[in-house]
Ligand binder design. Sequence first.
Ligand code: GUN
Length: 295
Amino acid sequence: MGGEIIDGKKVAELVRQSVREDVEQWVKKGNRAPFLQVVLVGDDPASVVYTGTKTKACRDVGIDTNTLELQDTISAKELKGIITDLNNDDSVDGILVQMPLPSHLSQYDVIESIDHRKDVDGFHPMNVGRLSIDQPCFRSCTPAGVMELFKYYSIPVKSKHAVVVGASNIVGSPMAVMLSRENSTGKATTTICHKFTRDLTTHTIHADILVVAAGQPNLIKAEMVKEGVVVVDVGINRVADETSEKGYKLVGDVDFESVRKKASWITPVPGGVGPMTVAMLMKNTLLAAKKSIYP
Ligand code: GUN
């Protein structure tokens, strides 16, 4: 026995189905299909896989998409010029610049050059800022997907102690904001832990909800959590596995088997949070096309 599985694959398909239906309605009314422009700089193998997954998901729900593949030697000026053109192009609803970028490019500057009304990743400071004051905004897809999982499984967040491990701009920070804000889905007492946290266990042991996005396999072990905890594992790590054809397998940041025994709910890797990220991107792209967030 042990915790029940939070089936991200299933919930993601429900989100995608709802987007699919909405896109169909939108197009039936005489609008063109939503359009997502993906920008891939260089050929980082993981980024190539991720952008491929995203564009496939787009087509699956009726969103048009195209990937601009740029050389990793592109200058900041050239890249920003391309983004400005996309900002000014009315046929482009959403712009996604796949991260990470080559080291000579500033991630921050590139993100800020995207029109925040087309920032379907929710990375632009305007969206990050508006999130922190509960104003309508594009929300970062992974934490938004985690909140959607809590909603689907009626997992209560209000007044719980949520502990977020990892403080990245993409996941940990916006996750903590979503959990802690005094809105209809938040209101958790929230602790953020990160690589400078002295004794991780002193925090994780008190968590009613534990979200782990540290990028470290087996970081969270059974003795670090309390009975009944809800565990969300955002990590995707490749570890060597001779029994697999590829020579590796994907694992999260949580020692799944042992932690599951104490958890009330737990996400698997793969099949937990990953599919939700893509589904929420579809949702954001539809919102961008409909100008629902920024009329
Ligand atoms: N790199 C890793 N995750 C993401 C994401 O959600 N969006 C973008 N643009 N790049 C990423």
